[in-house]
Design a protein around this ligand. Sequence first.
Ligand SMILES: [Zn+2]
Length: 89
Amino acid sequence: MGEKADWRLLNDVEYLRDKCLNPTDGEEIAKHAPELKTCIFCFEKVQDSCHQRWFVPEDVSCCICEECYHDFKTMFHLKKLDGWDIGWD
Ligand SMILES: [Zn+2]
């Protein structure tokens, strides 16, 4: 990817800088936060599946797919939590 601008950064994602993210899966998102439909970066669809890994910030304002998490965690200083403190409400 290099220094070339990534099309996924054209979305409104700046507020995610330095955010802490909880790992979860598609099944949990479908159950607890059905309003989250797609990855905020690449628009990958959330599937109701425990085999699809996702990352959500503490305020559950969006979700990030596994690939984007790995691609952007350094650039955005994303911190991974243990997944036990998700405030689904
Ligand atoms: Zn993505």
